[in-house]
Design a protein around this ligand. Sequence first.
Ligand SMILES: Cc1cc2nc3c(=O)[nH]c(=O)nc-3n(C[C@H](O)[C@H](O)[C@H](O)COP(=O)(O)OP(=O)(O)OC[C@H]3O[C@@H](n4cnc5c(N)ncnc54)[C@H](O)[C@@H]3O)c2cc1C
Length: 581
Amino acid sequence: MIHKYDLVIVGAGLAGLRAAVETSKYSDVAVISKLFPTRSHSGAAQGGIAAALGNEESDKIEWHIFDTVKGSDYLGDQNAIEMMINEAPEVIYELEHMGVPFSRTKEGRIAQRKFGGHTKEVIGEDGKITRKPVLRACYSADRTGHVILHTLYEQCVKQNVRFFSEYFTLSLILQDDICRGIVAFNLLDGEIHIFHSKAVMFGTGGYGRAYKITSNAYANSGDGVAIAYRAGIPLEDMEFVQFHPTGLYPLGILVTEGARGEGGYLKNKDGERFMKNYAPTVMELAPRDMVTRSIQTEINEGRGIDGKDYVNLDLTHLGAAKLKERLPEITGFAKTYAGIDPVTQPIPILPTAHYSMGGIPTDVYGNVCKDEKGNLVKGFYAAGECACISVHGANRLGTNSLLDAVVHGRRTGKALVKYLKETDFMPLPDDTGKNDKAYFQKMYKETGTENADSIRIILKSEMTKKCGVFRNETDLKEILEIVHQLRERFKNVNLSGKGKVFNTELMEIIELGNLLEFSEVIILGALARTECRGAHWRIDHPKRDDENWLKHTFAFKTDKGTELKYRPVIITNYQPQERKY
Ligand SMILES: Cc1cc2nc3c(=O)[nH]c(=O)nc-3n(C[C@H](O)[C@H](O)[C@H](O)COP(=O)(O)OP(=O)(O)OC[C@H]3O[C@@H](n4cnc5c(N)ncnc54)[C@H](O)[C@@H]3O)c2cc1C
């Protein structure tokens, strides 16, 4: 079946829906999502969305920009960071006017809390400037993503956006560097559908599901990233995967950084607040990469609780009333998944794969780049976690990604309005959908010998072990070899259930193919980058190396395998400095 829309947006998280709100005033817009929209991972975001509103204490846009640059370990492009942070207050007020129920201060302003790496300048009695944590994250208890996602969805429904929910996108229709639509299948009946459009935007989210211990939803299998890569688009900075410090032991379900923002302590087996040894000025509110490495070091050196692979997040001193008002969701999670009541007991936590700094390279208007020189693909846009602009560089600060998704969803939406006005439909190539149909036929007809689950289990546990918080050349070479073997086995994977209706086994096989595709790119980028920067920590190259590595990785799929190229970082005001907190 062929559908025709001016614009197809793949993904109904914050990035996709914000773009849909912007564009649907002027054009026919279809949003394709493999999930029901409000089940997108954005809805799981707990802690907040950053903007220097200064509602609770004085704050400055300039401080937020500096924190983001420093947090990125100087790999973020400073022009893009400046744009995002400058627009932050405006997009927050816009969300408020759309109906997002933010928590409030006593005076009725949007309430703000502390988050790691967000600081203000304080001038001491000796005249010296130091940086202290600042109240910058706007929130709605610990359900911030949930309320924004629902509000944007309501706005889309009001504006007659056409949703194709539980449609799974398989490939891009791209010819002569002009995007003409996508191919998807309807999970309901297994039918292949072609969406013909003037432009396509991806807001397909992150790739944390390549790891065993992860805070990410099952759906975060990096499909968009893999689809773009297969279509000949390079991937940028894929080696930068954020491990969040506080995943609930042992699964890695997220315990928001807001818990530390509200005053929570991290303690080792001796009851010691060990962050004083790693980041004495900001303690538990250091940026994520640092807190994660500190926790992992405590565990590796035998100071985990009872010798196990976790330390404690202690909220007991905050009191029942504060936990109920500010952190009700994670209080519930701890009870449900760990049998722990945070009012009286510490929460067992360990680092968990959380956020994808890398992704599809774009400019600040969401235009996808086809190479490291910044040449563009026409009619193909990306925003949110699947895109790399790059505003997070080597390490994202907490609450900057909801901001990224909303700011760039909006910016991309505005750029699309203009593009759609000036552009006509391009014809579909004759072989549109042919490869996807052939793949489906093969899967339904043939009986493979390999089991998808066993491939997936090996991939995820080995990625966690060998391409995780701490990396080294030997491990990376081993995991690369393992992924090569798994990819060979995957060619012969078996679809055991041949039904057409809601064949989630088939969907998971396709997702596994995507995980395998981009995991190799993560590993190759990590192997090549012989330095420590942000979330990429090579214990065999223990220093940041600005001379050789102050640059973005671009990975290209070629007939001979993955080829890596590089592009310099854009620096405007802040020269790289040693990163201390
Ligand atoms: C547990 C958790 C808590 C977080 N808390 C915070 C926080 O407090 N503050 C903060 O700033 N950030 C937070 N983050 C990060 C932030 O939530 C995400 O980076 C952001 O929401 C991503 O939005 P998105 O629109 O890019 O993608 P998502 O919300 O992940 O949406 C992706 C969409 O793409 C669709 N899709 C994907 N593949 C396909 C396909 N093949 N076919 C069709 N559709 C497809 C999905 O159906 C979905 O609709 C958190 C993340 C997690 C996991």
